[in-house]
Write a protein that binds this ligand. Structure first.
Ligand code: NAD
Ligand code: MG
Length: 299
């Protein structure tokens, strides 16, 4: 990986690791700290410019990967940040809290399972109370379990994937709306899989497509309240999800190589998009899906 700051002009082909990744398998949801190599979520590399001064953000899946990169960037841009994650991910979450606090911002840890409607309500209450308000919802948590054959997708897996990826969005947004002020922003996390689905991710791809429709419909519904809603659609990004059942292990050495930029992305490469969509700089952007795909575009 490059030792240059991401702010300096450089060749994106060579900016981060190009050589693929070693095979490895963790139990879902995976611990980022135990990955080889550990993804870059901007802990040292992201530089803030005060773009979210005074804002109050809740980031689901904020312990690791893309959510962690968003949480760290939000803090470095001046926001106080609550993160949600599964209780088994406490170690990763505590590391994120340290980075947020080092940036001079408040960090609130809210472990719990967003597949539970009651928990979603409690999470919003707690985030709102601890932060003294809530005006950015970055909904990044997600579940992905690869299966070669639809016959192997059990009803249990199907239900768990739809509940975590789609139903949770309804529950979280419903609980949050009474607290969100004019100017608040909601960002969901879709995927390249909504547009170019893989044969091994039939259930997951269907949830990501549902998230695109959810985002666009909600954006139109909330526009009169002055609340914007957009989605980020990542391509192949090096995260814990990929080493805990999201990909078959044997695909990891070539993970991301089939993009025009010929490498997987690092979570920090999404951070600025989550910041842009949260900030006032994107005031005329709503109901959009932003691809960050290394070139395998989303439309
Ligand atoms: P990640 O494993 O680092 O993060 C996913 C997080 O989701 C976990 O840390 C976990 O805290 C959370 N989560 C999962 N189920 C949960 C539940 N029931 N309750 C609470 N939290 C739960 O992986 P990531 O790749 O950073 O994933 C973030 C998002 O990006 C997901 O929505 C994923 O679908 C999406 N995405 C990832 C890629 C990629 O290549 N990594 C590509 C497209 C989209
Ligand atoms: Mg995690």
């Amino acid at each position: 990986m490059s030792s240059k700051s991401y702010e300096e002009m450089q060749n994106p082909l060579h900016e981060y690791r190009e050589e693929g990744y070693p095979e490895q398998l963790q139990k879902a949801p995976g611990i980022q700290k135990e990955m080889n190599p550990v993804p870059d979520c901007g802990e040292e590399t992201y530089v803030g410019h005060g773009r979210l001064k005074g804002r109050k953000a809740l980031v689901t899946g904020g312990d690791s990967g893309i959510g962690r990169a968003a949480a760290i960037a939000y803090a470095k841009e001046g926001a106080d940040v609550a993160i949600n994650y599964l209780p088994s991910e406490q170690k990763d979450a505590e590391d994120v809290a340290k980075v947020i606090e080092k940036a001079g911002q408040k960090a609130i840890l809210i472990p719990g399972d967003i597949s539970d409607e009651e928990f979603c309500k409690e999470m919003i209450e707690e985030a709102n109370a601890s932060l003294g308000g809530l005006d950015i919802l970055a909904l990044v948590a997600g579940k992905q379990v690869a299966k070669e054959d639809i016959l192997e997708i059990t009803t249990e897996q199907l239900t768990a994937t739809f509940t975590a990826n789609v139903f949770s969005l309804f529950w979280i947004v419903k609980a949050a709306i009474p607290y969100l002020p004019e100017g608040a922003t909601i960002i969901t996390t879709s995927s390249i899989q909504a547009f170019q689905p893989s044969p091994t991710l039939v259930d997951y791809a269907a949830t990501k497509s549902a998230i695109v429709a959810f985002t666009r419909a909600l954006a139109k519904q909330l526009a009169p309240k002055g609340i914007r809603v957009n989605s980020v659609a990542p391509g192949p990004i090096w995260t814990a999800l990929q080493v805990s059942g999201g990909q078959p292990q044997e695909k990891l050495p070539k993970f991301g190589k089939d993009t025009p930029l010929k490498r997987a992305g690092q979570p920090v490469e999404l951070a600025a998009i989550y910041v842009l969509l949260a900030s006032q700089e994107s005031s005329y952007v709503t109901a959009e899906v932003y691809g960050v795909t290394g070139g395998n575009h989303t439309t």
